[in-house]
Design a protein around this ligand. Structure first.
Ligand SMILES: Cc1ncc(COP(=O)(O)O)c(C=O)c1O
Length: 401
C-alpha cells in the first residue's frame, strides 16, 4: 500500500476551518446559522490598501521579491515595531511571509532539532497550530495551563517548574486566542526573570492581536530589558487591517532573520508582491480605519460579555483584547444534559442554529477548569443579539434538571 507518513497522519489542524466547512455546508442547505466561529474581522480591507495592490498589479509588480520581503516593507515593519514596542529594530532583522502563521513552524524549525528532546512551552488553551507544529517538527510539547481563576494570565510558578535545560522555546501570545487575556507588565517581567536563567531559551511572541486591546496598553516581552535579543516578535496585518486573505505577516529577530528567511526561500519563496505593496500602504497610511474597527470590537465585547453573563448557566470574564469571548459553560452543559462542551457545541449548531468552537479545539482541558466554548465577536451587533437569544432559549427550553 502507498503509505502516508506518521507525521502527516497525526498532524493537528485548526478546527475553526473544519467547523467553518460544516457551517458553510449547513448554510448551503438553507439552514439559518448565527456564526461565531470565524477568527477574522468582518470589516472590509481599507480602501487605500486595496488601491495600492491594484496599482501594483497594474504596473507589473507581480514578480518574486527577495525572500525576506521588499526592502521598503521591511523598513516600514522595522519602524512599526520600533515605535510600538519602544525598541530599536533594524530592517535587516525583519522577515515578511505569507501571514504570521508560517513563522510558528519556521521558528520551531530554527531553534529545535528533530527528535532530540528539545522542549517547547506554549499556552494551553491556545492557538492549535502551536501544538501541532511542535509535534510535527519533532520537538516535545509542554503546555502551560492558563486558568480562569487567574484571569488566564501566565502562572509563573508553573512556568518555573516546566522550563529546564532542554527547553528551547517559550511561545507567548498576548492578547490571547482563545481567552482574550492580555499579559501585564508585571506578568511579563516575571516571565523574563525565569527566561533569563536559561542561556539557550528563545521566546516566540505571537503579537498578532497587539492592536486589538481595550482597557490597557499592549506590551511586548521584547520591550522588557534584556529580552529583545532572544525574542522573535511575530505580528501581521490579518487582524489589524482586516487582511486575513492577503497573507502578510512579519517577524523580527536580529540573529534569526537570515535563518527565517532561508525557511521562506525553502517554502513560499516570498510573500505575494501585490500583497506586500498593500502592506506597505497599510503601515504607512492612515490608521483611522483600524481605530474605528477596534472601537467597534470594544462595543461588541461589552455587548456579548454582558449578554452571556445574563444567560443562566454561563459565566464569562471580560477579555482585554482580541475578539473572542471564552465563557465557562459547565453549568449550561449540566442544565441541558450535555456531557461536555463539544456536545454542547454540536447541539447549539444543529438544534439552535448557533456556531461556536469548543475548548477541545484549543488543546487538552486542564483539570478542574470545566467546560468552555469560544465565540468570535467579529460579527455584527444584530448577529450577536440574535445568537445570544438563541443560546438563552435553547438552554431554557432544553433543561433536564
Ligand atoms: C494567535 C494567532 N496567531 C497567528 C494567527 C495566524 O495569523 P495569519 O492569518 O496572519 O497567519 C492567528 C489566526 O487566527 C492567531 O489567532
Amino acid at each position: 500500500m502507498l503509505e502516508i507518513s506518521d507525521r502527516t497522519r497525526t498532524l493537528g489542524t485548526e478546527n475553526s476551518f473544519v467547523v467553518l466547512g460544516e457551517v458553510r455546508r449547513l448554510c448551503a442547505e438553507g439552514k439559518d446559522i448565527v456564526n461565531f466561529c470565524i477568527g477574522e474581522p468582518d470589516f472590509d480591507t481599507p480602501e487605500n490598501v486595496k488601491e495600492a495592490a491594484i496599482e501594483a498589479i497594474r504596473v507589473g509588480k507581480t514578480k518574486y521579491t527577495p525572500s525576506p520581503g521588499m526592502r521598503e516593507l521591511r523598513e516600514a515593519v522595522a519602524e512599526y515595531f520600533s515605535e510600538t514596542r519602544g525598541i530599536d529594530v533594524d530592517p535587516d532583522s525583519v522577515v515578511v511571509a505569507c501571514g504570521a502563521k508560517p513563522f510558528i513552524g519556521y521558528t520551531i524549525l530554527t531553534v529545535t532539532d528533530y527528535g532530540k528532546g528539545h522542549e517547547v512551552v506554549y499556552p494551553n488553551p491556545g492557538f492549535p497550530i502551536y501544538e501541532s507544529q511542535i509535534k510535527a517538527q519533532g520537538a516535545v510539547p509542554i503546555p502551560i495551563n492558563l486558568k480562569e481563576g487567574r484571569n488566564y494570565s501566565f502562572d509563573v510558578e508553573e512556568l518555573e517548574r516546566k522550563v529546564n535545560e532542554k527547553t528551547r522555546l517559550l511561545i507567548l501570545n498576548s492578547p490571547h486566542n482563545p481567552t482574550g487575556g492580555v499579559l501585564s507588565r508585571e506578568d511579563l517581567e516575571k516571565i523574563a526573570d525565569v527566561v533569563k536563567r536559561y542561556e539557550n531559551l528563545w521566546i516566540l511572541s505571537d503579537e498578532i492581536y497587539s492592536k486589538i486591546v481595550y482597557d490597557k496598553e499592549f506590551l511586548s516581552i521584547a520591550s522588557i530589558p534584556g529580552m529583545q535579543e532572544r525574542t522573535i516578535i511575530m505580528d501581521g496585518l490579518s487582524k489589524t487591517f482586516a487582511m486575513t486573505g492577503w497573507r502578510i505577516g512579519f517577524a523580527a529577530n536580529e540573529r534569526l532573520a537570515e535563518h527565517l528567511a532561508r525557511w521562506v526561500t525553502n517554502t513560499e519563496s516570498c510573500a505575494a508582491q501585490p500583497s506586500q505593496y498593500a502592506a506597505l500602504a497599510a503601515l504607512k497610511g492612515s490608521w483611522s480605519d483600524v481605530e474605528r474597527m477596534v472601537e467597534t470590537f470594544k462595543k461588541r465585547r461589552d455587548l456579548i460579555v454582558e449578554g452571556l453573563n445574563s444567560i443562566e448557566g454561563i459565566r464569562c470574564l471580560k477579555p482585554g483584547g482580541a475578539f473572542y469571548a471564552w465563557p465557562n459553560v459547565t453549568e449550561a452543559c449540566r442544565l441541558v444534559g450535555a456531557k461536555d462542551s463539544e456536545e454542547f457545541r454540536k447541539r447549539l449548531l444543529y438544534e439552535a442554529g448557533v456556531a461556536v468552537l469548543s475548548d477541545i479545539h484549543f488543546g487538552e482541558k486542564a483539570e478542574g477548569e470545566g467546560e468552555h466554548i469560544r465565540l468570535s465577536y467579529a460579527t455584527s451587533d444584530k448577529e450577536i443579539i440574535e445568537g445570544l437569544r438563541r443560546i438563552r432559549e435553547y438552554i431554557s427550553g432544553n433543561r433536564v434538571v
